[in-house]
Design a protein around this ligand. Structure first.
Ligand SMILES: Cc1cc2nc3c(=O)[nH]c(=O)nc-3n(C[C@H](O)[C@H](O)[C@H](O)COP(=O)(O)OP(=O)(O)OC[C@H]3O[C@@H](n4cnc5c(N)ncnc54)[C@H](O)[C@@H]3O)c2cc1C
Length: 374
């Protein structure tokens, strides 16, 4: 690729000069931030720098669940976090989904209000009626909706699952086509004159009152303000970020598939859904936390075998299937289950560490980031 120093007058004036805001990372957070900044500053020149030929982190790799908390996930969260923080995170996820559907038309991203089911396998995971009542009270406080969670004793039987005692239905969760979400956000950016430069790897930056100098593999750029939306890849700047790889597989089409909806197991460590007549199945990071603390986009035998085992034993025990292919994406986690949305100084901000919640909270994080510059 040719360096910025060899660009034409036309290219420089449109793409690389006079930037008011430069965003690093074109995942859901970077794109949402660009749209919110443009809304607040219609005259601003905004450019997104993305090192991949596609967004290359989590936003085009994820499972596409519009989720905010299954009973076993919330039970697990409540055992590790204080109660107020747990419900703040749930509120943030719900608000974020509202924000998302303000940025993109839900009909364009195959949104399905299909609900989710949390699958209970053994006594360790038991959920009491009192706990479900507590969850429903909390959800009522947040959303005004009554009876969001109910026990569904038939879903696992109708879906052909094995070894499942019962399931808990969450009627407000759903699914999207993750690729279409990013495509729609890109389209919205493009319509508003926000340019994305793909293949530009940001190496470092220096900021002063006058602005920010960005060093990239193709040369130096200048911008008035810089917003870093690189999620797991911001760990070089912020100490409390750990990369967390998540692996996914997809089956070949299965004739007469009886499984419909989104499903969680084991406090959200496993998740699956139907996509047309295939099963997309991900998770298993808890099998090898240390091995999955990496930014390498690989899959491993230990996790793929675990996913395969669960497909054979629990999800598709009586249905022949073939795995079509597998992939991984890189999330960011830290000591707290909440994003970092902060200004480093007058003209540099970070919006990173989305955990496994970026579909839900990404648009809201973008909005909050844009407000840091108002
Ligand atoms: C397998 C999997 C399943 C998931 N399922 C769900 C789900 O169902 N629901 C949910 O809510 N969340 C889910 N998540 C989490 C969600 O996908 C992420 O939280 C979200 O995509 C993070 O978005 P982001 O924009 O912050 O980061 P990313 O999507 O990682 O984007 C960061 C971008 O920055 C770019 N970048 C990094 N460094 C540089 C650099 N130096 N220069 C230029 N560009 C750079 C990267 O190439 C990347 O495109 C899942 C994640 C994975 C991996």
């Amino acid at each position: 690729m040719i360096p910025f120093s060899k660009l034409s007058y036309w290219e420089r004036t449109i793409y690389t000069e006079g930037m008011d805001f430069t965003i690093v990372g074109s995942g859901i957070v970077g794109l949402s931030t660009a749209l919110h900044l443009k809304k607040a500053n219609p005259q601003a020149k905004i450019t997104i720098l993305e090192r991949g030929y596609l967004p290359t982190g989590a936003s085009t790799k994820n499972a596409g669940f519009t989720c905010f908390g299954s009973p076993t996930e919330l039970k697990d969260d409540l055992s590790k976090m204080d109660e107020k923080s747990v419900w703040k995170t749930v509120s943030m996820r719900l608000e974020g989904l509202g924000e998302l559907f303000e940025l993109v038309d839900h009909t364009q991203i195959q949104y399905e209000a299909c609900g989710s089911w949390d699958m209970i396998r053994n006594e360790d995971e038991a959920i009491t009626p009192d706990f479900i009542e507590y969850l429903n009270e909390k959800l009522h406080e947040i959303t005004g909706e009554k009876t969001v969670y109910t026990e569904d004793q038939t879903k696992h039987l109708n879906s052909g699952f094995q070894g499942i005692k019962t399931t808990y239905h969450n009627r407000l969760e759903g699914s999207i086509h993750t690729g279409k979400l990013i495509q729609e956000l890109q389209r919205a950016c493009s319509m508003k004159g926000i340019n994305t430069l793909f293949g530009v790897n940001v190496l470092s930056f220096d900021s002063s009152d006058a602005g920010v100098e960005i060093q990239t593999a193709l040369g130096t750029l200048h911008t008035a303000n810089l917003v870093i939306c690189t999620n797991a890849f911001a760990k070089e700047y912020l100490p409390d970020i750990l990369p967390a790889r998540a692996q996914v597989l997809i089956t070949k089409p299965i004739p007469h598939l009886a499984i419909n909806g989104t499903f969680h197991m084991e406090s959200g460590y496993y998740y699956f859904r139907n996509i047309r007549n295939r099963i997309l199945f991900g998770g298993g990071r808890n099998v090898d936390f240390s091995g999955e603390t990496t930014t390498e986009f690989d899959t491993t035998n230990v996790i793929q075998e675990k996913l395969n085992q669960y497909l054979l034993e629990i999800i598709l025990p009586n249905t022949p299937f073939e795995i079509d292919y597998a992939w991984s994406g890189i999330m960011a986690v830290g000591s707290e289950k909440k994003p970092i949305i902060q200004k480093m100084n007058k003209n540099v901000a970070f919006g990173v560490r989305m955990g496994g919640m970026g579909v839900a909270i990404g648009a809201s994080v973008g909005k909050q980031l844009s407000k840091l510059f108002s």
